[in-house]
Design a protein around this ligand. Sequence first.
Ligand code: SF4
Ligand code: MG
Length: 320
Amino acid sequence: MSAILEVRNLKKHYPIRKGLFSKQVGAVKAVDGVTLSVERGETLAVVGESGCGKSTTGRAILRLIEPTDGEVFFEGKDVRKLPPEELRRFRTDMQMVFQDPYASLDPRWTVQRTLEEPLLTHHNLKKNELKSRIEELMEVVGLSPYQAHRFPHEFSGGQRQRIGIARALALNPKFIVCDEPVSALDVSIQAQVLNLMQDLQEQFGLTYMFISHDLSVVKFISDRVAVMYLGKVVELAPTSELFTEALHPYTKALMSSVPVPDPNVQKERIVLGGDVPNPENPPSGCTFHTRCPYVKDECRSVIPELREISPGRQVACHLY
Ligand code: SF4
Ligand code: MG
């Protein structure tokens, strides 16, 4: 396998300005040095509590927001330095599926118009080609082409997310950032949409970055997992290994909150003290030290680097 995407030391800081002259007095470090790679054809899940920088990372990779610093290589090219013509192509190769399909679809647009829009922006299609492409897209996500003249409110939540997926597929992308794509849906519908996404991945050779806070969804869908805490990746591992043996104390705490299906298996629930610190003023050293049950002196001053400690397993913690 080879990496389709490589992210190095990605940062997104939002300046905080105050006073008459809008002087910058600080920054919210939403993403603070994320390094990871995504292999072609895999699903890399990005997990963590809300506010840890998962969505911002996804958006900064797609350049929906401009990163403050760092590099993003897609198929070997630095996407932050692409000339306009190549940036246009990059925009078709990488797409996003949003959490709330209702908010991401224009309520005044029919499905037809929603799907037409990217096609008309990027391709010169004749009327009949456009029509057959829209029919094809609807069928591929399990909707009837006869519904193309309908508006978003005429569909169920699951169907609306299928429309969002169809729109993301319209330009034949290679890579899709899925930002909590099923968390707004009923649990009974989630599995259908996840199965659809897996089928589409296989059918079209897609690579996914799958952002989620729901560990059971992550366990089902992903090949590898990156765990984020306060704008940084603290652990990266193959999904099966992470769920059998988490290494980072934060990951251990996250995992301990997942219900065990077998009532004979006893699992110790690790409850973290305190709240997630303010990203405007993160703790020194290891940013997790204010909540970590294993904290030692060194943790308060020395930032632990994300290091590979066995093949495919990376962790940022002084215990390793
Ligand atoms: Fe805990 Fe120290 Fe590891 Fe941070 S570096 S997770 S504080 S043991
Ligand atoms: Mg989010």
